[in-house]
Design a protein around this ligand. Structure first.
Ligand code: PBG
Length: 330
């Protein structure tokens, strides 16, 4: 039946009928807050390229965690920004039981056991060269030696009480190896969020400033392990492998420029599928908002809703806390 019998604007005429037919409704329960932890007490070090985001000492991080719980956010993704003094060629600080990350995990789980905690597993905050893995004499990131280090890192986080380990390194075979190591160590409830389709994106720049890996990385890129930006069939292969190796949830990263990939992954596998609205996406939105060029609340909620509409079950975002509060305020 065509116009005027069918007239799609009739349902858009009033707020009530728009509400009734809305297919995708974003809630705080869809959101995962992202945070950076640094040494010290009562410290908040602003990240210049991410206005509104700071590296927080553990006591300040606990306050942020409390705010997340109060706002109805189910989980926090944690990234360490350790001091330059602990960085090394072999990244051994990553599995120090008393290292910054492990102390932060214990403190947060003690104070807010109900808040899910997701720990980044990759070596870049800990290496002097800023790569996610261990390098050979040519600077090439070696797969198997890196996996051995990632296993130690994942086990250290699991021992500290992490709920989810989230390998963001893109080595081949690391999900299976980490799963086996967790089982052997008795960490049968520790989940794995696999950064499965992680692209060699230029949208990570502000993050590298935040964890202090940018200067170390210099001109060295990550193109020999992160995915080529032109590919999406390859993303499905990556996801398929990670599922077969035991991933509990898979992730697409970055977010908005890769909505097509997110959609394909969710359609194909029906897995718990997370998406990461990365630092560069945050920086773009924040910069435009600060100039008064965009309505911050409206555009942020629009991007987050778009992720959910495309198939995301959960969304990692530096805007998660703001968004949850905006949603609660109606
Ligand atoms: C590295 C890692 C990166 C991000 C998360 N984990 C950066 C990179 O791959 O260089 C980026 C997150 C963001 O940009 O917000 N293991």
């Amino acid at each position: 039946m065509s116009y005027p019998a069918t007239r799609l604007r009739r349902m858009r005429h009033d707020a009530f009928s728009r509400t009734l037919m809305r297919e995708t409704v974003l809630t705080p329960g869809d959101l995962i807050m992202v945070a950076f932890v640094c040494d010290g007490t009562d410290r908040s070090e602003p990240v210049a390229s991410m206005p509104g985001v700071a590296r927080l000492s553990i006591d300040r991080l606990e306050q942020l965690a409390g705010d997340c719980v109060a706002a109805g956010i189910p989980a926090l993704a944690l990234f360490p920004a350790p001091g330059a003094g602990v960085k090394s060629e072999d990244a051994r600080e990553a599995w120090n039981a008393d290292g910054l990350m492990q102390r932060a995990i214990r403190a947060l789980k003690r104070r807010y056991p109900e808040l899910g905690l997701i720990g980044d597993v990759a070596l870049d905050p800990y290496t002097t060269h800023g790569q996610d893995g261990l390098i050979d004499e040519h600077g090439y990131v070696m797969n198997e030696p890196t996996i051995a280090a990632l296993i130690r890192q994942a086990l250290a986080q699991a021992a500290a009480g992490i709920d989810f380990v989230a390998p963001s390194d893109m080595m081949d075979g690391r999900i299976g190896a980490i799963r086996a190591a967790l089982e052997n160590a008795g960490h049968i409830h520790t989940r794995i969020l696999a950064y499965s389709a992680k692209y060699a994106s230029s949208f990570y720049g502000p993050f590298r400033d935040a964890v202090g890996s940018a200067g170390h990385l210099g001109k060295g890129g990550k193109h020999t392990y992160q995915m080529d930006i032109g590919n999406s069939d390859e993303a499905l292969r990556e996801v398929e492998l990670d599922i077969s190796e035991g991933a509990d949830a898979v992730m697409v990263k970055p977010g908005l420029p890769y909505l097509d990939v997110l959609y394909r992954v969710k359609q194909r596998f029906g897995m718990p599928t997370f998406v990461y609205q990365v630092s560069g996406e945050y920086a773009m939105l924040k910069a435009a908002a600060q100039h008064g060029w965009l309505d911050e609340k409206a555009v942020v909620l629009e991007t987050l809703t778009a992720f959910k509409r495309a198939g995301a079950d959960a969304i990692l975002s530096y805007y998660a806390l703001d968004a949850a509060r905006w949603l609660r305020a109606g």
